[in-house]
Design a protein around this ligand. Structure first.
Ligand SMILES: [Zn+2]
Length: 377
């Protein structure tokens, strides 16, 4: 049986819109026709017609009551998450399951200048090579960035943080040649990943708690962007009236209290005050908290309470069904998950809310999905 080229399968010139949508959905994950309808937003009749075409053309297989599965396709899908201090690369073939993706984690980020780009390009080449393919075989690429992305021109939405780089996806395109790079906010891509693979909720809010704090909303099968791409942003919810000044121009924003630097800074001051050595990194802080260190646990408890304050405010308007927390602070917040739950139960607006913790590298895997489905949904 001939192996289809991923680029050909995703060519909009040769496919009807519904066939293309079903192919993209299958590249994300195989599934029953009813599930494909839910994930694409198409009617079951449209999905059935599209699947019939794909079975006829030898692109997919699967009986009436069985999951539809994509047959082997050539061409590698790549996802990259770039942060201020780290980068993560994920790569797999389109017919592979998500958990078969190869992952590479780098301790280099935007604050290290252009150096991360070389390291990420090397990591992509290594991963693609480990799959048995070459650099020319990259079919799709998605990029997760730590700022809000304006859906109109893919530039950073104001107020953009100092490290925001407007043309990052174009630099990647130039670097890899021939590959169009789809870009979006890391939290939104984390939400897309969770909604696709783990938690098919009606409304899902994903919070990326890293050097920045961003939120991403998925409503049913759609990523909610907002007019300027800032929908779901919880990082700049005021949680302390008259609190600390924030770079965004407001005061008392959540990010000023629960970002990784803010939590470490708080620990630094209290530990030095007691003549103790403060945690060197967020991983160190989480390890100490896991070992029962009361000060580290307290820092995480305070962060959890502030996060819930912002979640309560956003849930009152959005009636979010589930919140998924990701990023380097997530393993720490998981240690004090009981506090999060208790705080949420206190309000009638958030009593129903389910709190979960993201799979590691969720935003990088979400970037890989974005590359497959393209910018527009
Ligand atoms: Zn702010």
């Amino acid at each position: 049986m001939p192996v289809h080229e991923t680029r050909d399968l995703l060519d909009p010139e040769t496919k009807s819109d519904s066939v293309l949508q079903v192919i993209r959905a299958l590249m994300c994950r195989s599934g029953l026709r009813t599930e494909l309808a839910r994930r694409t937003g198409l009617s079951i009749a449209s999905v059935s017609t599209a699947v019939k075409t794909l079975l006829r053309d030898g692109v997919a297989q699967g009986g009436k009551k069985e999951p539809v599965v994509l047959l082997p396709a050539a061409g590698v899908a790549v996802g990259i998450q770039i942060g201020t201090r780290r980068a993560t690369v994920s790569a797999r073939l389109p017919h592979w399951r998500s958990d078969q993706a190869r992952v590479s984690r780098l301790d280099l980020g935007l604050r290290d200048g252009a150096g991360w780009l070389d390291a990420a390009a090397d990591a992509v080449a290594d991963l693609v090579g480990s799959i048995g393919r070459g650099p020319g075989d990259i079919a799709t690429m998605g990029l997760a960035v730590p700022w809000a992305v304006d859906p109109r021109d893919l530039s950073p939405s104001p107020p953009a943080p100092w490290f925001a780089a407007p043309d990052l996806h174009r630099h990647l395109e130039a670097r890899f040649g021939q590959v169009k790079v789809a870009v979006d906010t890391d939290a939104r891509l984390g939400a897309l990943h969770e909604q696709t693979y783990h938690h098919p909720y009606e409304t899902l809010l994903y919070v990326e708690a890293a050097e920045h704090v961003l939120g991403g909303l998925v409503v049913g099968p759609r990523m909610l962007r907002g007019a300027l791409g800032r929908a779901g942003g919880v990082g700049h919810h005021p949680v302390e009236p008259g609190g600390l000044d924030c770079w965004c121009g407001e005061r008392g924003c959540l990010e000023r209290y629960i970002s990784v630097p803010a939590v470490l800074e708080g620990m630094y001051v209290s530990a030095r005050g007691r003549g103790e050595e403060p945690p060197a990194s967020i991983g160190d802080l989480v390890d100490r908290a896991g070992g029962g260190d009361p000060d580290c646990l307290w820092a995480l408890t305070v962060a959890a309470k502030r996060l819930v304050r912002a979640l309560r405010a956003s849930s009152t308007t959005l009636e979010t069904q589930a919140v998924v927390i990701g990023g380097p602070l997530a393993p720490g917040l998981r240690l004090v998950a009981g506090t999060c739950e208790d705080e949420l139960r206190r309000s009638t607006w958030t009593r129903h809310l389910t709190v979960r913790f993201a799979e590691r590298d969720a935003a990088a895997h979400g970037a890989l999905i974005l590359g497959l489905i393209g910018h527009l949904r």
